[in-house]
Ligand binder design. Structure first.
Ligand code: PMP
Ligand code: GLN
Length: 392
């Protein structure tokens, strides 16, 4: 019999994928009027000078298609920043591409590199866009859990596990440091260790460094761009959304050696073709003229982290202050036996504070009693949320 119900005919390419946890929790927070510390976005605006520059370009004719790889002024500014911070010379003509946020950069990089049947290693807890992008490329995701210390904190790469997982089908390893959701960071010796493990392989590296400027306690971000041996096989993705308090603009970039960038651009041009023009010009101006803005980000967010952690003193949560990013993980083992997802939903509804359960970033079900809270918020919001959390 003919089936007139078209939806029954679709064999999903992503059968296990639902709506992202970030969208779901933000919607629940809005529906229940809860304080939304779930999805990661600031409660404050981008710098006024940057808004003025974008406004200038909006009103002065920069409203048509930008070049496919991004406006030259922005690629030049990214090249200068990359040279200054990571001592890496990247050619703005052929090695830097502006893309529609890190999400598009990650997707395009994966489509460009991963072939049917290739294996890709990700570290759990892993950001939600990696695996679906790998699946759509026909790749197979291999999950390595980050190792934790006795107290369950201090997430780090398990080098032995990684060595055991790499095989001749490994095409790509995806790293994300500073790490969402745990705030873990890399040290220089980690880059050397990685170089040793991939030395005699053909695998590429995709480094998601969207939190490159949000790192605390005097630590320095160890970009894969800064490592001479890793650079020829590396694609680094970053995003201005995190750096300029503008997650809604969706402007990011990919830095990779010429051959890799050429493949990246082949995909990028058919995913978005170009990124919106006036914002690119505005960011280009601001990036060059105000390097102090991102230089001050560590202190700016460290103050917020310290405030949030201080406000939680005397609560029943245990925590280790985040070492990077704008997320603080809280452990509720002494408070409840519920699963983290149940609790995140219940506390959004009943307590009025929304968070993200850590288990959603894992492939294997884990018995984690952890929730992630975004502290990119004005003090009054953090105070109101902490008051509710202290009352538990
Ligand atoms: N990677 C990580 C680790 C992220 O946290 C995010 C978003 N917060 C992204 C990628 C996506 O960035 P964008 O919004 O620029 O697409
Ligand atoms: N990266 C943001 C987070 O971790 C969410 C981005 C999104 O909603 N896709 O909260």
């Amino acid at each position: 019999m003919k089936n007139n119900n078209r939806s029954n005919l679709i064999t999903s390419k992503l059968p296990d994928v639902g709506t992202s946890i970030f969208a779901e929790m933000s919607r629940l927070a809005a529906d229940t009027n809860a304080i939304n510390l779930s999805q990661g976005f600031p409660s404050f605006d981008p710098p006024e000078a940057l808004l003025d520059r974008i406004s200038y370009h909006l009103h002065n004719g920069d409203n048509q298609y930008a070049p496919m790889a991004g406006v030259p002024a922005l690629r030049d500014a990214v090249a200068r920043k990359t040279q200054r911070l990571y001592d890496r010379t990247a050619n703005p003509e052929s090695e830097i591409t502006i893309c529609s946020g890190a999400t598009e950069g990650i997707f395009s990089a994966i489509q460009a590199i991963v072939r049917r049947g290739d294996e890709v290693i990700v570290f759990d807890p892993a950001y939600d866009s990696y695996e679906p992008s790998i699946t759509l490329a026909g790749g197979i995701t291999r999950h390595n859990a980050l190792r934790v210390d006795d107290k369950g904190f201090d997430f780090a790469i398990d080098w032995q596990l990684l060595e055991d997982t790499i095989n001749r089908n490994t095409r790509l390893i995806i790293l994300n440091f500073p790490h969402n959701p745990t705030g873990a960071i890399l040290q220089r010796r980690d880059l050397d260790q990685l170089a040793t493990l991939v030395r005699n392989t053909d695998c590429y590296l995709l480094s998601d460094e969207v939190y490159e400027h949000i790192i605390f306690d005097g630590e320095v971000h160890q970009s894969l761009l800064s490592h001479d041996e890793l650079w020829p096989r590396t694609m680094v993705i970053s995003s201005f959304g995190k750096t300029f308090h503008a997650t809604g603009w969706k402007v990011g970039y990919c830095i990779a050696p010429q051959e890799l960038s050429a493949e990246f651009r082949k995909v990028h041009q058919f995913v978005t073709f170009t990124v919106n023009t006036p914002v690119q010009y505005g960011i280009a101006n601001f990036l060059d003229s105000s390097p102090e803005f991102y230089a001050r980000l560590p202190a700016f967010y460290e103050e917020k982290r310290d405030l949030f952690c201080r406000l939680l003193e005397g609560s029943r949560f245990s925590l280790q202050p985040a070492r990077s990013t704008f997320f603080q993980v809280l452990d509720y083992a002494d408070i409840s036996d519920e699963t983290d997802t149940e609790l995140a939903i219940r506390w959004t509804r009943e307590l009025g504070v929304a968070s993200i359960p850590l288990s959603v970033f894992y492939d294997e079900p884990i018995a984690a009693t952890r929730l992630r809270f975004c502290f990119a918020k004005d003090s009054a919001i953090l105070e109101a949320a902490a008051k509710k959390l202290r009352a538990i």
